[in-house]
Design a protein around this ligand. Structure first.
Ligand code: SAM
Length: 345
């Protein structure tokens, strides 16, 4: 029933005006999403990820290989937005527990708050702001001998990539930072300012298979770049003959190599892979999602070695890939590769 005489309790809000049809700036997208929940469905339907969120990848395949059961102890070593964690929690509760690890002090508290708001208490879920290389210490601190299932979904989350202030974005300008934990180590700008051309060439070749590593290193090493777009422009200018598509790929590879270096990603992954068998209960399962060849090579090598020395009784023989439907509906899933292993009894 409406009462025409009563004042309207919800003041009419004008839709925000943008230069184009849709908001372009991160802040405007963020505001629009928080005010208009229907937009979220529209953004997802268009194949994009709503800003400030992350869409979990290969969920069905991961649940199949990890085979969670009620009462299991799970470790999600890259909690991110908590998408995979929520799916696992739905199965292991009641009686189970999920340890959620993430190195990111900005997003972890938000994810923990979202999970708590869904009624997930401390007995069922604990959040740990830590590098996953430290998983053995987290298990020990919780008095746990090992996990039934372990998941690592490597790389950065959509919240991190999409927020220009974090400095990962090749599209939107922001400080050239790229640290998953901005309280630790040095930013990408500080690294570039100090690094010698020879070391940068090696980094570009090793971390992102960059074919023009030498030329780029000469132009980018020991230089000051305050913002992401300054670096992107300098990388393009170093290789002026490349067409647009190759130039875009070059910028992506430069950003990928720097991100890996700034966050010491390969050392963390190698330590994690070394620790894994001891962190699993006998018969426990691990699944790892990778997003580029440097990660996948390391996971494959560690699983092969663990199978040969008897630590693992079974490993994935082939990589699993997202279905064509998933790649279409979430293009960010396209490069994903999934491998798994089962600890011997
Ligand atoms: C791709 S996202 C994970 C998304 C998550 N599976 C979900 O469904 O929302 C990767 C996350 O791993 C975290 N991360 C990356 N390297 C890490 C490391 N060495 N230790 C702990 N967390 C790490 C990042 O901060 C990021 O939040």
């Amino acid at each position: 029933m409406t009462d025409a005489a009563a004042p309207n309790p919800i003041p009419h809000q004008r839709r925000k005006r943008y230069a184009g049809k849709n908001p372009r700036r991160f802040e405007d997208k963020y505001k629009e999403l928080s005010r208009d929940p229907q937009t979220i469905a529209k953004v997802i339907a268009s194949g994009k990820t709503p800003v400030g969120t992350h869409r979990p990848i290969m969920v069905a395949e991961i649940l199949q290989v990890l085979a969670p059961r009620p009462g299991d102890l799970a470790a999600d070593c890259t909690l991110g937005y908590g998408g995979h964690a929520q799916e696992i929690l739905t199965i292991i509760l009641p009686g189970g527990k999920l340890l959620g690890l993430d190195t990111d002090p900005v997003e972890l508290p938000k994810t923990e708050a979202r999970l708590r708001a869904r009624g997930i208490d401390e007995k069922s879920f604990s959040a740990h702001r830590t590098n996953f290389a430290g998983l053995p210490q987290i298990l020990a601190a919780e008095n746990l001998a090992g996990a039934d299932l372990i998941l690592a979904d490597l790389g950065v989350s959509s919240m991190q990539i999409d927020d220009p202030a974090r400095g990962f974005s090749v599209k939107h300008n922001g400080p050239l930072d790229m640290r998953m934990n901005p309280q630790r180590s040095q930013s990408a700008a500080a690294l570039l300012q100090k690094i010698k051309p020879g070391a940068l060439e090696e980094m570009l070749a090793d971390f992102s298979d960059e074919p023009n590593a030498a030329t780029l290193a000469q132009r980018l090493a020991e230089k000051s770049f305050a913002t992401t777009l300054e670096l992107a422009a300098a990388a393009r200018a170093a290789l002026p003959r490349l067409g647009k598509e190759d130039s875009d790929l070059t910028v992506r590879r430069v950003f990928q190599a720097l991100r890996i270096a700034v966050n010491d990603e390969f050392s963390a992954l190698e330590t994690f892979l070394r620790n894994l068998p001891a962190c699993l209960k006998p018969g426990g399962r691990v699944a790892i999602l990778t997003f580029h060849s440097g990660e996948d090579r390391r996971v494959k090598k560690a699983f092969d070695a663990g199978f040969s020395d008897g630590s693992y009784s079974e490993i994935s023989r082939e990589v699993l890939r997202p279905s064509p439907e998933e790649q279409h509906s979430n293009p960010r899933s396209a490069p994903a590769k999934l491998r798994w292993a089962r600890r011997s009894n």
